[in-house]
Design a protein around this ligand. Structure first.
Ligand SMILES: [Zn+2]
Length: 449
């Protein structure tokens, strides 16, 4: 897999607007952990990628959990007794607490208080609240709306159903030369929230499009799941094959204009961790790398001790650390086409490392080979870039002792993997190198080669 191949498979590198258009299209849909909104979202993705919509019946046991009843929401409002809607689900699907049980009746304002959620510090934003595993109902409204509720009684309606149905998730499997897999996972369970769920969905879709159209060493599995219960369900149904996942990444919140954050896997220094840290370091712009903690998104399940899969999490600003998080301000303006593109590029670069790493062995290990007579200096001399490539050739030759992979060399030389890979290719063409037949990406430090 060549990085140019995957980028040209995307039709050039400028896909930011297309990514944002996909976010815009999916934005109005009222998703939850089950229900028609998830299916509608997944059906739309089928227009882009070969996605299978899987379903698991309510009541199915999945490890310590049970697939919940399916939630259907048709309408919800708080209206004056004269019939004027003052809080209306038709204006924003965030207005109803997700998984609210049905309600229909006249309520005293005082009795409504425990069912109303607002953000006093952000009086024009609607918060996002859920009550999946505890039967309850409620409304989310702007603080301004809340302070305008002055009548003593209101008509309250939540036209919802909680009944046996299904949990759905989407799965795209792209077979490669090997049965070992790379997992890309994102959540599809939030209603009209852009950074939190739609940015990951859009980028994963375009990543699958790109990877699907080029030759692959690994097999790739893309999962579009409702958070927590979705990944638990998938792991319960695929327990026997989970060990095939050699590298994995959870995508979340990758459209805001904050710096990149990479959260390491529970293993701490898995190959995927090293590949991401390398790509981010070479990229040079602001980023942070944080250690694993058992809080966040579906990496919690993939990294639970019974699985302990090498799965990290890729995000921009960490969830909860931006005020727009889980509010109506996580909207179409909050996610930026250029940033969506940048997040896709970082993923493509990480995939490129996974796909192209090898352990090279020098065929001329006694003193340096003479590069000039092979045209290797001539081709690259005279520019700053050329000097970097020349150093890359020297590093690759020096560390091609069968003990170091190209990523090991790139890390030690502090040169991008792409440049090291290109140098190794040039040396291989001159018959100065050969590849040791070993999977460099599953090798652990200290392993016998
Ligand atoms: Zn969320």
């Amino acid at each position: 897999m060549d990085i140019e191949d995957i980028q040209s498979a995307l039709g050039g590198t400028q896909k930011g607007q297309s990514l944002h258009d996909l976010v815009r299209l999916l934005y109005p849909i009222c998703r939850s952990i089950t229900g028609e909104g998830v299916r509608q979202t997944l059906r739309h993705l089928q227009q882009h990628i070969p996605l299978e919509i899987c379903e698991v019946a309510s009541g199915t046991k999945v490890f310590d959990w049970t697939v919940p009843l399916e939630w259907t929401i048709r309408d919800a409002y708080i209206a004056t007794t004269a019939g004027e809607r003052v809080v209306d689900f038709q204006n924003s699907n965030l207005h109803v607490v997700s998984y609210s049980t049905p309600v229909n009746g006249r309520y005293k304002l005082a009795d409504l208080a425990g069912h109303l959620y607002s953000l006093p510090d952000r009086p024009d934003w609607i918060p996002y609240r859920t009550s999946y595993y505890k039967e309850n109902w409620g409304f989310c409204l702007t603080h301004r709306q809340l302070t305008e509720l002055k009548d003593s009684e209101y008509e309250v309606c939540i036209d919802s159903t909680l009944s046996p149905g299904h949990l759905n998730y989407g799965e795209v499997f792209l077979p490669g030369e090997r049965e070992e897999e790379v997992l890309i996972s994102c959540h599809v369970c939030h209603p009209s929230l852009c950074n939190d769920n739609l940015s990951g969905i859009a980028v994963a879709t375009y990543l699958a499009k790109a990877i699907g159209s080029v030759d692959r060493k690994y097999s790739y599995r893309f999962l579009f799941l409702p958070g927590t219960i979705g990944s638990i369900t998938w792991l319960a149904r695929n327990r026997e094959r989970a060990h095939l996942i050699r590298h994995g990444i959870v995508l979340t919140g990758i459209g805001d204009s904050g710096d990149v954050t990479y959260k390491r896997s529970r293993q701490g220094n898995a190959y995927i961790d090293r590949a991401f840290v390398h790509v981010l370091k070479q990229r040079g712009t602001g980023h942070q790398v944080v250690d694993f903690s058992p809080y966040g998104y579906d990496e919690r399940q993939y990294c639970s001790p019974g699985f302990n899969l090498p799965v990290g999490c890729f995000m921009r600003t960490t969830h909860g650390e931006y005020p727009e998080y889980h509010t109506s301000a996580d909207n179409l303006e909050f996610v930026v086409p250029r940033v969506l593109q940048d997040s896709l590029n970082i993923l493509l670069q990480a995939v490129y490392v996974l796909e192209n790493d090898v352990v090279p062995l020098s065929l001329n290990p006694h003193c340096e080979p003479q590069l000039g007579k092979r045209g290797l200096y001539r081709a690259i001399a005279g520019q700053k870039e050329g000097a970097q490539r020349e150093m890359a050739l020297l590093w690759v030759l020096n560390l091609s002792d069968g003990e170091h992979s190209l990523l090991d060399i790139a890390e030690r030389a502090n040169v991008s993997f792409e440049v090291i890979h290109a140098a190794a290719r040039a040396l291989r063409e001159c018959k100065l190198l050969e590849d040791v037949p070993i999977d460099s990406t599953t090798r652990r430090e200290g392993d016998q080669l």
